[in-house]
Ligand binder design. Structure first.
Ligand SMILES: Nc1ncnc2c1ncn2[C@@H]1O[C@H](COP(=O)(O)OP(=O)(O)OP(=O)(O)O)[C@@H](O)[C@H]1O
Ligand SMILES: [Mg+2]
Length: 361
């Protein structure tokens, strides 16, 4: 519809489920008219568009009752994501979901890979609830790269409105990705690190928990107040390590820090990544050194792992039959007690995975 006046008149005379309205030529009067018609209809969903994402314009439109904003012309992915958010809105969400923080003291051990694959595994295992995947490497984190996405909004947009986070705001800012995962990517703005202090980080964790069945946090390796807030707020910390001395020393330090922080031993799950049978150090050596059981072993499979990253998909979508995919499924089952089909399968898969993990220790 090219003519704004005609559109507003149509809205007054008829009822529509979905209206897409260009915002750039709207003045205060048109916005007020639009707001009145939205309130009057009670059931019209409005998507606003403009050639550029101007924060002032978006804010004004949101205040007038516009639920979604898209840069015009939207691509098919952004448009369907907006529709998905709109249709999900209003549905009851699982309250007080679970939060899993993925952490390694040392870089390059697989934190982002594990966070991504856990999130998609949790979504597969739990189709009725939504899963959030948040980049707590708030500046220049890798979730965008791992999922090959260039979303319109990121953590910077959320922290700017941290005082009024609700289901609608989370649905507008997080980007849904095929597979039931909603992603909060990092920001490119250098000042974001200062904006996400401990209090803000704790608020983000709480709000995500309130609106998603599971939240997975990809934490930065550097122990900032923000990281501590994420670890504090998590129900479970997946502590990623590998079977080499440098990685295990870092893990040892993290375990003793967690003890000092008063975390119970069951809050930590040690996951050995890139396990190969012929390594000098065995899982049992690692368990002795760390004085903790090894929760899970993920096999070394660079082909699947890197192939998935190159395609921007989780390993399960890249090669559903790979050992790494199966191992991620087992990890999810152990963490949740959920399988990926019905109750019976759940029970047997978690029992199997328990036996499996005992056998490996
Ligand atoms: N199980 C695995 N088998 C083989 N390669 C793996 C496995 N898991 C991760 N990798 C590879 O290890 C590399 C580092 O992984 P990733 O980026 O997830 O680590 P990170 O801890 O997030 O690193 P950074 O310090 O950059 O944040 C990637 O090339 C990834 O494909
Ligand atoms: Mg990373």
């Amino acid at each position: 519809m090219q003519d704004l006046t005609a559109l507003l008149r149509l809205l007054r005379d008829d009822s529509f489920e979905l209206v897409i309205v260009p915002l750039q030529d709207m003045g205060a009067v048109e916005l007020a008219t639009l707001e009145r018609e939205i309130v009057r209809s009670g059931s019209t969903t409005v998507i606003g568009t403009a050639p550029q994402a101007e924060p002032g314009l978006i804010l004004q439109a949101m205040r007038a009752g516009v639920q979604e904003f898209l840069v015009f012309p939207p691509n098919a992915q952004e448009f369907s994501a907006a529709l998905d958010r709109l249709t999900r809105r209003g549905r009851p969400e699982a309250e007080q979901g679970k939060t899993i923080a993925v952490y390694t003291a040392k870089g390059g051990l697989g934190s982002t890979s594990i966070a991504v694959n856990l999130a998609f595994g949790l979504a597969d295992a739990n189709p009725s609830g939504r899963v959030a995947l948040a980049d707590f490497v708030v500046h220049g984190g890798d979730l965008r790269v791992h999922l090959n996405m260039s979303p319109s909004y990121d953590v910077g947009d959320l922290v700017q409105r941290v005082e009024r986070i609700d289901a609608d705001l989370l649905s507008s800012i997080l980007t849904p990705v095929e597979g039931g995962v909603w992603v909060l990517p990092s920001s490119d703005r250098p000042e974001i690190g200062e904006m996400v202090d401990a209090t803000t980080a704790a608020t983000l964790v709480t709000e995500l928990r309130n609106h998603f069945a599971y939240t997975v946090l990809d934490c930065e390796h550097h122990l900032t107040d923000r990281t501590l807030a994420a670890l504090d707020g998590a129900d479970k910390i997946v502590l990623v390590t590998q079977l080499n001395v440098a990685a295990l020393r870092g893990t040892q330090r993290t375990i003793s820090l967690c003890e000092r922080l008063g975390y119970g031993a069951d809050k930590l799950a040690i996951v050995v990544n890139r396990h190969q049978a012929n390594e000098v150090l065995t899982p049992s050596d690692a368990s002795t050194l760390l004085n903790m059981p090894i929760f899970h072993l993920l096999p070394n499979d660079f082909k699947s792992s890197d192939g998935a990253v190159s395609k921007g998909v989780p390993v399960g979508r890249y090669d559903r039959n790979s050992r790494l995919t199966q191992s991620y499924t087992q990890l999810v089952a152990k963490l949740t007690g959920l399988g990926n089909t019905n109750g019976k399968a759940r029970e047997s898969s978690s029992r199997l995975s328990r036996i499996f993990s005992i056998g490996k220790r």
